[in-house]
Design a protein around this ligand. Sequence first.
Ligand code: FHN
Length: 453
Amino acid sequence: MSLTLKIAAAALAGCFAASAATPPTPQAKTMTQDERMAWFREAKFGLFIHWGLYAIPAGEWKGKAIPGIGEWIMNRAQIPVTEYEQLAKQFNPVKFNAEEWVKMAEDAGMKYIVITSKHHDGFAMYHSAVSKYNIYDATPFHRDPLKELAAACARHHIRFGFYYSQAQDWHEPNGIGNTWDFGPDDKKDFDQYLQAKAEPQVKELLSNYGPVCLIWFDTPRQMNVGDRAQRFVDILRTMQPATLIDGRLGKAGDYASMGDNSIPNQVVTGDWEVPATLNHTWGFKKDDTDWKTPEDLTFKLVDIASKGGNYLLNVGPTSEGVIPQASQDNLRAVGRWLKVNGEAVYGAGPTPFGEELGQVDESTHDKKGRPGFKMATDWRCTTKPGKLYITFFKWPNGTFELKGVKGQVAKAYLLADASHKSLKLKQDGDRVTVTLPATAPGQIASVMALQMK
Ligand code: FHN
């Protein structure tokens, strides 16, 4: 079974050279695909934020717990537009502080932020002139939090992008998804909605918030008809050519989006990202406190990097504008680990090995009849030119042997050791043996760097 994915990327000839340290430049009319992707390949780790009116009911409607992800409550409870709209009058997140949110992302070692500018409920979380159904005009808050976040991101050199639900819009008669108020989707004038709301709102986002690192489109229902998806590509490429398009627009974007919380079993070529939750919901749900541990998050980050991808990890702030404390604590713990070991993650490429990832398990099958996979979790390998990084999640007893090494290793050392003291090393052909200290230097995981000759 091959899990290899080739990403079809629209490579545009160009002359503008971007670097990871350079914010996207809206004036650059043509860029090569490599130039456009440079910051993303360096970043590896981003913060996803699902924030909207759904944070008020927080998983409960009229005294009943509504199963499923929090931001889907309008759909799951079939709440009529006229009732759901009333939430806007209560939305007053007075504890929202853009600086604190961005500082938290920075502390977590995250390099980009993607926030819901409009989710499927149709409510714009920014000051939109296209629809009054927005946080500035329809709530007592009367502020544009995305403006504040854009400014804070610029101060902290964190890239800023938007999630935008281009197809589903449960507030609009011609948007996809709201069949309880507006009837079947196939009877709707979907292009009317796209042209009157989605396309002009995306233009607003690209006009009023400075450089937008990416737009994260989602659930591309009915987007494969005619030039619907291409119209968005044209808007982005014309207005901000450096802005990336995710993999859920309805045609190939700049990178592939994996399924939610779906980490591939093996190395995947091309650019890709895994969107993932810290608990079991994207939008805040008061009853969901089943948080992934810092150990698990660190493993997943390195695991994804070792397979060639990025990790976009979500928080669901409350209706008061607070990121749940457990989310903050667990993300900051990952950030502390990255402070010591980030060299093995940022800008790193995938493993040249692969056996350490696990093995196909023919004794089990998934729902589609595909064989299972028995994941191994002892260590992962990431790479940079002339370097191999081995991240140990289980500290080896005495020595560590690595097979299949191409070239000669000049030196082995631990990233946690600031002096980079050489570890005892033996190489026999492609077999390298390193003698390690008796105990791991790091609590969550420890990284050994191999410097090649
Ligand atoms: O329906 C959405 C969901 O609410 C959430 O936004 C996730 C994030 O990847 N995307 C969709 C489901 O895949």
